[in-house]
Design a protein. Structure first.
Length: 490
């Protein structure tokens, strides 16, 4: 008997609702609703339009029920990581959740080190240091004596907040909890010593539930408003990368993966967190996965750099599609200039072409002048940074990782896919594009016992979606380029 599932996948740039039908070993998808996810700047900082997103979620439920006449077996929500909402003692949301690129976390990492050494924070959490992490967002509220934090009764990450509005249940899903840098991966609990050292109230953190947990049914008022009925809500891997990795069509254990989108997140599956001096040195992270696994990985700035270039050019009146931008890059001269995609210069929104040019000028390289040259610089630099991260992954896991699975929306950039194969010297298997929504759906099916295991779920992916293979080319040229990137990274 076929089963219908609705996956709500909220990314940092856009959201979508995917209606899926699982029929034996075949999964089919229908894209039923897409919408932008634009931040809103207020006098106190950069925020998410949380009420707008909630409205879009309910619209998706209405569309699935009334336009597609779907009898839903389950609903699951995944989002980007680190951001959160705070509830008061009555369960009401306190203010508009901040965007992780808001400047309130500037300087907070170093300020936190004054209270607890870097090594101790990593030992307690196993999470890479990024100023956008939940820990530093909360700590910035401590430093500023935020009234919102003082009256808060419950902390919920973004998908947990939507799940609460859907079901009335206040819990934190495991893959999201681990990304906050507030969670101890070895004790599998919120890190009380860390939170106390930074004066973050510990009572606000709720119970943690595993991916695949059935949270409850849609509340009566939401069911009535949308017409969806009392459908079960399942916590998939609520972190979008956690869901994406669940959909990797791997047949073996020793593979590496890149979830490619606004961020590129590159990693390997591990049976236990890897928390040691070397993983601290390279700023790797241990985030929760599904089925008892850990995502040992590292964030890379990703296609954010291209997105910001496109936004800058659009503001000046030059509207270009991503396909047009990539074609310009393909026609540009190769190996002219490189940047470290993770340089702090590129973190905030703004005039990205000018920042990329300034980086090249500062490091004594040819300055890319045309749009094609700028984007070629970004794509080549990303592929070379992937190689650097892959080498560190193999060093830290003690495993040869092949093939390299590329998943997510970034797989539509075939030029970057080929550059990645060339740079790493590994076969790249690209797809599925909708990995996050697929992983979301598969974990719903596992939670409802329509699939028995992660292995069976990945078999469904292989049977249902076409994959693209990229073999390495021109590796000697890429070896020389890699040595040049390493020099500008120092």
């Amino acid at each position: 008997m076929p089963h219908n599932f609705l996956a709500i996948d909220l990314g940092a740039e856009s959201g979508r609702a995917i209606l899926a039908t699982l029929d034996h070993e075949q999964l089919s998808l229908t894209d039923i609703h897409r919408f932008p996810n634009d931040p809103v700047r207020l006098p106190d900082g950069l925020h998410w339009n949380i009420l707008g997103l909630w409205s879009e979620i309910k619209t998706a439920l209405h569309i699935a029920t009334h336009q597609h006449h779907a009898q839903l077996a389950g609903i699951g929500i995944d989002t980007w990581g680190v951001d959160f909402g705070l509830l008061d003692r009555t369960g009401a949301l306190i203010g508009n959740p901040y965007h992780y690129r808001d400047q309130r976390t500037d300087g907070m990492v170093d300020e936190a080190f004054k209270r607890l050494p870097r090594e101790r924070i990593f030992d307690l959490t196993g999470i890479q240091f990024m100023q956008l992490n939940t820990l530093y967002q909360l700590f910035s509220m401590v430093v500023r004596q935020s009234p919102a934090l003082q009256i808060a009764a419950t902390f919920l990450t973004m998908p947990d907040l939507f799940n609460y509005w859907l079901t009335g249940r206040k819990v934190c899903e495991f893959t999201m909890a681990t990304t906050t840098q507030c969670y101890d991966p070895r004790r599998c609990e919120w890190s009380q010593p860390l939170l106390q050292a930074l004066s973050i109230p510990t009572h606000i953190f709720p119970d943690v539930v595993q991916p695949g947990t059935v949270l409850g049914e849609v509340l009566p008022d939401v069911a009535e408003e949308t017409g969806c009925g009392r459908v079960p809500v399942i916590a998939p891997a609520c972190h979008d990368t956690g869901s994406a990795v669940a959909a990797v069509p791997a047949e073996t254990q020793d593979f590496a993966w890149i979830s490619s989108g606004t961020w590129s997140i590159m990693g390997a599956e591990a049976s236990d967190p890897i928390v040691n001096a070397q993983s601290l040195k390279y700023n790797f992270t241990n985030e929760g996965g599904v089925n008892g696994t850990w995502r040992f990985s590292k964030n890379i700035m990703g296609l954010w750099l291209v997105q910001e270039c496109r936004r800058t050019w659009a503001h000046s009146g030059e509207e270009l599609s991503y396909d047009e931008i990539t074609q310009l890059a393909a026609e540009a001269a190769p190996f002219r200039s490189f940047v470290d995609p993770d340089c702090d210069d590129f973190f905030q929104p703004g005039d990205m072409p000018a920042r990329l040019q300034a980086y090249c000028r500062r490091t004594g390289q040819p300055v890319p002048e045309t749009k094609g040259a700028i984007v070629r610089c970004v794509l080549e630099s990303l592929a070379l940074k992937y190689r650097w991260v892959l080498e560190r992954l193999e060093e830290l896991t003690g495993r040869h990782l092949a093939p390299l699975h590329l998943i997510g929306g970034g797989t539509k950039n075939r030029l970057l896919n080929q550059f990645t194969a060339n740079s790493t010297g590994r076969t790249v298997i690209a797809g599925p594009v909708e990995a996050t929504a697929i992983g979301n759906i598969l974990m719903q099916a596992i939670g409802l016992k329509h699939l028995s295991s992660l292995g069976e779920a990945r078999g469904v992916v292989r049977a249902s979606f076409e994959l693209e293979l990229y073999e390495p080319k021109q590796t000697a040229d890429w070896d020389e380029a890699y040595s040049r990137l390493q020099k500008v990274m120092k």
